[in-house]
Structure formats: C-alpha cells, structure tokens
Design a protein around this ligand. Sequence first.
Ligand code: HMG
Ligand code: MG
Length: 300
Amino acid sequence: MAIPAQVRIVEVGPRDGLQNEATPVSVAARVALIEQLAGAGIRAIESGSFVSPKWVPQMASSDEVFAGINRKAGVTYSALTPNLKGFEGALAAGVDEVAVFAAASEAFSQKNINCSIDESLARFEPVMAAAQEAGIAVRGYVSCVVGCPYAGEVSPAAVLGVTDKLLAMGCYEVSLGDTTGVGTPGSVRRLLDALVPALGHQRLALHLHDTYGQALANISAGLDYGIEVIDSAVAGLGGCPYAKGASGNVATEDVVYMLNGMGIETGIDLDALVATGHWICDQLERDNQSRVGRALSGKG
Ligand code: HMG
Ligand code: MG
C-alpha cells in the first residue's frame, strides 16, 4: 500500500503529557500551551480529561482549561471521558469531541479505570448515546496493544476484539496505544496484519509511547499500512500514571520532522512547534525529550 500523502497529527501533550508530570501546571499555562499548539498549525488537540481528580490530580480543572481557551477556527479541542459523569462534565465545558478508553489487557483495565474490559465497554454505552444526542464525535483508545506492564505480551486477537467493539459502538476512530512503548516494527506489523484487513486502515490511529526509542520506526511501519492519524506529544511530554516506567509519547517535533522528510504533509509549522516544546519544558523545569527540538535549537 502507498504511504499516505497527508497525516493528521493528534496532539496529546496537554492531556497525556501533563497528566504524568510531577510539577503542577497552572490552568493559565495549560491554556497557553494549547493556544501555542493551535498557533503552530495543529488541528486536533486533546486538551484535558474529565476523570476522577483523586486518580489523576494533574487533570483537575479541565473545565477551567476549556473555558480559558481562545479557540481557533478549524481546531478540534477534545477530552478523555471514562464514564457518563465525565461526559457530562466535558459537555458542560464545551468540548468539541471526547475519547473513551479501554484496554486490551484485563490487568491494565483494572489498574487504570478500576473495572474489567467488558465493564468499561458497558460504561461507554451511555456515553455513546449521550454523545450522539449532543452531536459530539467519540474517539476510542485501546491501551496495551502490544504489551502490558502487568500481564506481559498482548495478542493481536485481543486488540482486534476490543477495537472492533469500540468501532461497533460508534467510535469514529480507534487509536492503538503502545502504553509502555515496548513495541517494535515486528510486533506493530503483526498487530496491523491482524487489524487492517479486518477493520480497514481508515479508522485506526497509532498512539505510541517512546520508552524504548522505537516509536518513529513503528510509525514508519504503520504508514506502510496506510495509517494516516498519529498521536504525539510536544517535547515528548508525559507518560501514564498507571504504567510505571512508561515515558512520554513520541515527540510531535520528531514525527513532523520525519514526515516532512518523507514528503508527507501535516500543515504544522515545525519552528513554531519547537519553540512551544522549549516553552513548556521551561515551565516544567524539565529536559526536552524531542531530539529534533534539541537539534534545531542547538541544544542537542
Ligand atoms: P472508581 O473509583 O471505580 O469510580 O473510579 P466510582 O464510580 O466508584 O467513583 C468514585 C469517585 O470518583 C466518586 O467520588 C465519583 O463521583 C468520582 P466520591 O464520591 O468518592 O467523592 N468520579 C468522578 N469524578 C470526576 N470525573 C469523573 C468521575 N467518575 C467518578 N468522570 C474512574 C473509576 C474511571 C472514575 C477512575 O478510575 C478514574 O478516573 N481513572 C482515571 C484513569 C485515567 O485518567 N488514566 C489515565 C488516562 S488513560 C491513558 O493515559 C492511556 C492512553 O493515553 C492510551 C495509551 O497510552 O495506552 C489513553
Ligand atoms: Mg498514552
């Protein structure tokens, strides 16, 4: 299959990134980050989570974040919602889109959202119904698509099963999460060999954490299967609070640099993105995890 001419980047730094940062980030800084990302040309920004603040304190006040954003036309500002309570909060905050999140591993489902995979899918039913009534699109996530921090290897068949169910419930797209970044082009190809013929490539996205430094190679493998939606986080921020040792998502700067070199359009201004990555790292007083960000600013 020919690689895509364009890729849609879903920037998850303000959610997946900041949810795991030890330094508390003010609402004003979260809003500024989101506005800078939109200014750099990103058109899909996961901007917060409507989850229990006892479980993920970093995402508290996501309603205030949404209220503070000076929205840019053409940009989708989305949020994670694990249940109907979360969806109602997200709707009241004026989100454009929500995401429900399930896992391909029972052990991870219990640790992350305190219920089994089937129970999580049952909790999403009322979310899907309410979202449809409100005219809000729902994205799905499947975590642990190649490996689980608690249960080890995860079979492509398990991922196919839960992905198929999320699509059948009405998710317009499912993002395949390598939560701990253990995947390689070998395991990602085995996964896509199972999923793409069954589900098509158009409704699948890749969401890869870069713990083992494999994410760009894995994205390149995904492009060969026609995948045209990639999740990433500016400066490689974050991790997952329920996947110990998981580092951040692949850095958006690194993905855009690679795609530029492959002649694949994203509509993103790399220089503006690099500046945003350094800005948020200064706020967090942490090192920038983007190799491209460091190289382009002479900090490599
Ligand atoms: P629970 O304790 O089983 O839920 O948590 P509960 O229904 O028994 O409620 C307990 C308390 O939480 C109650 O409050 C509820 O009102 C409250 P209390 O009476 O104790 O004061 N509550 C809520 N509060 C705010 N918003 C809500 C909400 N729901 C209940 N929506 C629950 C179940 C799902 C809520 C909890 O486990 C939770 O919030 N987990 C958060 C999980 C999370 O955010 N994980 C990180 C994101 S997933 C991820 O990073 C992976 C991904 O990036 C893909 C990848 O990389 O693989 C997407
Ligand atoms: Mg993630």
